[in-house]
Design a protein around this ligand. Structure first.
Ligand SMILES: [Zn+2]
Ligand SMILES: [Zn+2]
Length: 782
């Protein structure tokens, strides 16, 4: 080595494999005339480089700054390199298997602008090829069988590269250099069209057949990136109803995909921020406010003002929409029946979706692991995920402290699991509701896949305190020490991890239901939390949940509980003040529910915010039965937004009085004033939209007052907000704004869902912290 030269070994972790990082480093090394090598190892990317000291320094400075768009560096360590390296040029070496450390593999990424251009360019050799991709886009997570991420360990292994693709793949100057799924019409995956029985129709153009079927109002199953969608023309009520009937999904909002962003603008209000997320490389479903002039079938999202919208994120979708016969906007919902996991293979689809689909547009690139579309909303200044899946998973989440390997298995609904260790956590994709046995087995096979892929051996497993959750039973079956974590403590900890909070904080958790050993069902809580402990400092006044879980499907039971709370067992005697639609419920059932509450039979107490929403919604004329989780609450939010009164808590009229009472369980938000006000307003015929907004306003003011007092008592000035109810944009904005006005610092969930999809991350952090603390003090952690 010359005297003015030096040599370093750089180890880089983060999202650096399969995202064009190696060719980028190659080009950078050439630019600074450095020699050396780069290789993927399961411990990260290792660069060994030598050359003139000044140029080497420039290279190291430029390296993290000029990365390709999908690269995300979480750590970069440099050490002096004593061993010899090749003396000429810069080499990209084959990946090294079986090295210790935690490998990272990248998420699936939407079609990039350069590939989209080539797709529509008649002069390009991949013109109209439905599987075009490059290092900046295409499938990753969904096709990986094992790591490190290389073509022969993906489902692309069976497609041998043609000479043209091979040349691109091996040319460091090419955009497709080591793009593992690279392919073209000569060598790559192909499309086929199948009739409703699964029989292949060899003589037709698959895209033309799919477009024509959709135009004719038929239901088409489309194999995409992470699994099958069921698609219909979103402007046809008949087509949407057909899909709903066959899918046995009467009300749950359906997502739509439009050919381009201008088409979305015809149906929904679109801010620059929302447009940026929609058109970005992760291309999630974004909930947008529907315009009154939209021609979308009302059945797409009945009773709700938001529509989940996305853009074509694969070349296949892009080509389908560019077909002259295709509708401009399609419902694209997960290819499954009700709450089962999404189908991923054509055999599975022919089996499970026969009777649902009139035709199948499929391809022969195998999906290893099914993954749904991600869903989120722009609210309170950020894009916030409700469902974390395609485009985001398996992106690592950094932890605020180091911990031994911990598995956390989440809750029951919107299930995810989390593998955490050292300073990083990997959260699984949204897996669905574990109540369905197919989801339970999907959960198990996903866990096996992640565990094998990452070589993960947990030392303990964290689960919910709820004894009957299937996730809890799975945790107990693993023959590992089990740490049980209270549901709302886990909600709070997930937000703490996301914002890297280390000190004790206040937490406001507004949720559906969460088990607590005190025998009441929690869900409207003000807590003081750190990673080790959780103390209740306030909550919503508990009401009866007559019929237990049954009441979740029947919000009218919560309305009965609220009336009972307000006026006692004789609430029906003075019929004059009862809401009009109350009498539509069979009087025998009403009496039965009242008796249950009087005798306290199958009527646990709950402080759940979600159930309060249900009860208020039913009182002011909402539906009495729901078919999907959170339906009544979503409708109540839509009603409140229609009042056009701005952010609750800020432009307050103070119509419903706030009242707090100190009890031994903390400061309790009393419902008296609220209920008296609502019942009075119902009687006077005040618009439901106004009552709905005033309810939001009352809730925000009540929580703010509660938190303000708790902050004064504890001296804590940070507040984390979480729980499924915070998917409500009015509530989220109101809580955050009021918190700020009071001089406190609010922290809201962003990339980790506020709902139960984020629970596993919080469980892992709490269990890890307990394990670390126990090892320091030899106190038991479980
Ligand atoms: Zn591309
Ligand atoms: Zn090829």
């Amino acid at each position: 080595m010359a005297a003015d030269e030096s040599a370093v070994r750089v180890t880089i972790k983060g999202t650096v494999q399969g995202v064009g990082f190696r060719p980028y480093v190659y080009r950078l090394a050439e630019k600074y005339q450095l020699r050396g090598s780069i290789t993927n190892t399961s411990g990260g990317v290792v660069i060994r480089v030598r050359g003139a000291v000044g140029r080497l320094e420039s290279f190291l400075t430029a390296l993290p700054k000029e990365c390709p768009p999908l690269v995300s560096i979480s750590s970069m360590t440099c050490e002096e390199d004593g061993e010899p390296v090749p003396v000429t040029g810069f080499a990209i070496l084959p990946s090294i298997d079986h090295e210790v450390g935690r490998p990272i593999f990248p998420p699936d990424i939407a079609l990039c602008a350069a590939c989209r251009h080539e797709l529509h360019d008649p002069a390009d050799r991949r013109y109209r090829y439905p599987f075009i991709n490059c290092t900046n886009c295409g499938p990753r997570f969904s096709i990986v069988r094992s790591l490190p991420y290389d073509r022969h360990r993906t489902t692309m292994a069976k497609f041998s590269l043609c000479p043209s693709c091979s040349a691109e793949y091996h040319d460091p100057a090419d955009r497709r250099f080591h793009a593992e799924p690279v392919a073209c019409a000569a060598c790559g995956p192909r499309l086929s069209w199948h009739d409703q029985t699964g029989g292949v129709c060899a003589s037709v153009d698959p895209l033309a057949a799919a477009a024509a079927a959709l135009r004719a109002g038929k239901v088409v199953a489309i194999k995409g990136l992470g699994g099958f969608h069921l698609a219909v023309d979103a402007t046809s009520s008949a087509a949407v109803n057909r899909l709903r009937e066959r899918k046995r999904r009467p009300h749950k909002p359906l997502a739509v995909m439009a050919g381009n962003v201008d088409l979305i603008r015809l149906h929904c209000r679109l801010s620059p921020e929302e447009e940026k997320v929609l058109t970005g490389p992760r291309a999630p479903i974004v909930l947008l406010e529907r315009l009154s002039e939209s021609s979308l079938a009302p059945e797409v999202a009945p009773g709700i003002d938001d529509i989940g919208c996305m853009l074509p994120y694969t070349p296949l979708h892009e080509l389908l929409f560019s077909h002259a016969k295709a509708p401009e906007i399609l419902v694209m919902t997960s290819g499954n029946l009700s709450d089962e996991p999404i189908c991923r293979s054509k055999e599975e689809a022919f089996d499970r979706l026969s009777g649902l689909a009139d035709g199948f547009l499929v391809h022969d690139r195998e999906i290893v692991l099914a993954i749904d579309d991600s869903v989120g909303v722009c609210a309170a200044g950020s894009f916030r995920l409700f469902r974390r899946a395609r485009g985001y998973v398996p992106g690592p989440i950094s932890l605020p402290f180091s911990m031994p390997p911990v598995l956390a298995v989440g809750a029951e609904l919107k299930s995810t699991f989390c593998l955490a260790g050292q300073r990083e956590a990997v959260l699984s994709q949204h897996l669905g509701d574990l109540e369905d046995p197919r989801t339970e087995s999907f959960f198990r096979s996903c866990y096996d896949h992640f565990k094998n892929l990452l070589g993960f051996e947990p030392r303990l497993v964290a689960c919910d305190l709820h004894p009957d959750y299937r996730s809890t039973r799975f945790a107990r079956s693993l023959e590992l020490p089990v740490v049980e974590v209270q549901h709302h403590h886990a909600h709070a900890a997930a937000v703490m991890v996301e914002h890297k909070l280390k000190d004790p904080t206040l937490a406001v958790i507004l949720d559906g239901t969460g088990y607590h050993p005190d025998g009441t069902i929690w869900g409207g809580e003000v807590l003081r939390v750190d990673y080790l402990s959780c103390e209740r400092v306030g909550h919503l006044e508990p009401i009866f949940l007559p019929g237990g879980d049954r009441a979740v499907q029947e919000p009218w039971r919560l309305a009965a509980a609220l009336l009972f709370q307000q006026r006692g067992a004789g609430y029906e005697d003075d019929g004059g003040w009862l809401p009009v639609n109350w009498k539509m419920i069979d009087s025998q059932r009403r009496r039965l529910v009242t008796r249950m509450m009087v005798r306290k039979i199958n009527s646990p107490l709950t402080s759940s915010c979600g159930r309060l929403f249900d009860g208020v919604a039913a009182l002011i004329g909402g539906r009495h039965h729901v078919t999907c989780e959170g339906q009544a609450a979503m409708e109540l939010e839509s009603l409140a937004r229609r009042a056009g009164k701005g952010v609750p808590g800020l432009e307050s009229s103070g119509r419903y009085p706030v009242s707090l009472a100190v009890r031994d369980t903390g400061r309790v938000i009393q419902l008296d004033g609220l209920l008296a006000g609502i019942v009075e307003d119902c009687r006077k015929g005040v618009y439901a939209t106004d009552i709905a907004w005033e309810f939001h306003d009352w809730l925000v003011r009540s929580l703010s007052e509660n938190v303000k007092l708790a902050a004064a008592e504890t001296g804590i000035d940070t507040v984390v907000f979480s729980g499924g109810c915070l998917q409500n944009r009015l509530l989220l904005a109101g809580c955050a704004e009021c918190c700020r006005i009071t001089g406190l610092k609010p922290f809201l969930p962003r990339r980790i869902p506020a709902n139960d999809g984020g629970i596993s991350l919080g469980q892992a952090a709490i269990a890890g912290a307990r394990l670390v603390a126990a090892e320091k003090s030899s106190v038991p952690y479980a």
